[in-house]
Design a protein around this ligand. Structure first.
Ligand SMILES: [Fe+2]
Ligand SMILES: [Fe+2]
Length: 498
């Protein structure tokens, strides 16, 4: 195709017929004289044969995405290339459903789409690709791209610009000499900004300068969400259609893109989003902690430290918004000698009780754990014990295995580094972290800066649901503060204990 003046470029329809139809109508109204589809026709919205037919009718140029390539290979993997294994898994589940009913005719058609192509426009040659010019499954995020890499790519293909899709996040980058790079976004889902509208790109080079626009297209997303429901599609894929906020794929986003929906989104402007933690209630914490102060089990400064976790000054404040609960792990001389009746009179029942260990949950997402068994690597050192009771650490429970919560857990690592809090991972990669007869998937420990901090105790981020077994699994000790003078020795004996 040559002599194109105004090209509409779309990608990632994922079976969303209603959105694709609205985008094609918008492109016609915008006077597009060519329409290119850059792949990922099928996916989480089902309706695979219908969407392939609509694309065949509606477009002039085609490029295969990872979904087309995998469908042609009859693979059950989506091949998205997410960095998070959970994101990849859920995307592959959707992909399997999308390909299950695909006709041989549709599959054969998808097999004819090339990995990339060049369109000769009035004003210059433009490369069309799916992920990046080099790799179908590469995610190109604007915040991570330097102009020199992009210019090298344009030189390699001898083109004025390239247009890609795949990541779902549209951008336009103007380069020196009137060159450009565009991610056209996707037409099948919103761009995680809290607005259900979808996107595609209009590129017009005819006048000399590159006139490029990311078109924002609204459609009847509520009606489409109901259509998806009627087709039996999982709510995890329907929610983003309604809210404009992704439920999956977030852990694989660069940190700079994870909170797009908390910037100036319609939800924010309407005042319906709140900084308040979703599952924690600071007022309830105050009442519970005052009761334990009266029992002589926590001090005023320990209470202050707990409440400061809900202060925006806490570097990990974002994680608190999605945390299920927080625990104070209090070391006592003897768990048997605690005033158990008076504690139960506060309106709780013990959970996970074991010799030398007990947990009391309270409303508002505050739990008190008391132990008299070794829980920290420091406990193995011969040094004089600290007078009990005292809070050994504060634990932040990120139990929900969603992309957003996972992202918050992972962010604690880079946040700690930037905020100057030493950190230490525990578990992960299939090995859980054991504590008596409970286990969580993964922990990340952070230690407040030595000076000028409102926090003095180690903090634990625990990711994944708490699983309880009847057997004792042994205990993984809390890692010692890496700045402790005897940190080397303590870590060595903790390893020997396993
Ligand atoms: Fe893709
Ligand atoms: Fe803990």
């Amino acid at each position: 195709m040559s002599g194109v003046r105004r090209i509409a470029v779309m990608g990632g329809s994922y079976g969303n017929l209603a959105a694709l139809e609205a985008c094609l109508a918008d492109a016609a109204a915008q006077g597009a004289d060519c329409r290119a589809f850059l792949g990922d026709s099928i996916g989480c919205c089902g309706h695979s044969n219908e969407v392939v037919a609509m694309i065949e009718r509606g477009f002039d140029l085609f490029v295969a995405g990872n979904h087309e390539r995998q469908a042609v290979l009859r693979s059950t993997s989506c091949g998205c290339g997410y960095s998070s294994a959970e994101d990849e898994k859920i995307s592959c589940e959707a992909f399997e459903l999308a390909t299950a009913g695909l006709t041989e005719q549709a599959r054969a058609l998808l097999g004819t789409w090339p990995d990339s192509r060049i369109v000769e426009m009035e004003g210059g040659r433009v490369l069309l690709c799916h992920g990046s010019p080099g790799y179908t499954s590469e995610f190109l995020y604007e915040a991570e791209l330097d102009d020199l890499r992009l210019e090298a790519w344009l030189d390699r293909f001898d083109v004025r610009g390239f247009v890609c899709t795949h990541s779902g996040l549209p951008f336009v980058r103007h380069l020196a000499g009137g060159r450009f790079v565009v991610n056209c976004g996707v037409v099948g889902k919103p761009d995680h900004d809290g607005d259900p509208a979808v996107h595609y790109a209009m590129v017009d080079l005819a006048g000399g300068e590159a006139r490029i626009e990311i078109r924002r297209v609204t459609y009847d997303h509520d009606n489409w969400a109901r259509t998806m429901e009627a087709a039996g599609i999982s709510p995890v894929f329907i929610e983003p259609v309604r809210t404009g906020i992704w439920t999956t794929g977030i852990a694989s986003l660069p940190a700079s893109e994870r909170f797009r929906w908390l910037r100036a989104s319609p939800e924010r402007r309407a005042g319906t989003a709140s900084w308040q933690p979703r599952f924690l209630d600071g007022e309830a914490w105050k009442r519970t902690l005052a009761d334990f102060r009266a029992l002589g089990l926590v001090t005023d400064s320990e209470i202050e430290e707990a409440l400061a976790l809900l202060d925006p000054a806490f570097p990990f404040f974002a994680a608190m918004r999605m945390a299920d609960s927080v625990h104070l792990h209090v070391k006592v001389e003897a768990v048997e000698d605690l005033p158990h009746e008076r504690i139960e009179a506060l309106g709780t029942r013990p959970e996970n009780e074991r010799p030398g260990y007990i947990k009391y949950p309270f409303p508002g997402g505050i739990n008190l754990i008391f132990s008299s068994i070794p829980v920290a690597e420091e406990d193995q050192l011969g040094s004089a014990p600290r007078p009990k009771p005292f809070v050994d650490h504060y634990g932040i429970d990120l139990r929900r295995e969603t992309g957003l919560v996972r992202a918050l857990f992972e962010d604690s690592v880079s946040l700690a580094r930037r905020a100057g809090w030493p950190g230490k991972p525990q578990g992960g990669a299939g090995r859980g972290v054991f504590c008596c007869h409970s286990v969580v998937a993964e922990k990340y420990w952070v230690y407040p800066p030595a000076e000028g901090s409102r926090w003095t105790r180690p903090l634990e981020f625990a990711y994944g649901p708490l699983q309880i077994s009847q057997e004792m699994n042994g205990c993984d000790l809390r890692p010692i503060d890496p700045r402790h003078p005897e940190a080397g020795n303590a870590a060595a004996c903790a390893t020997a204990a396993h």
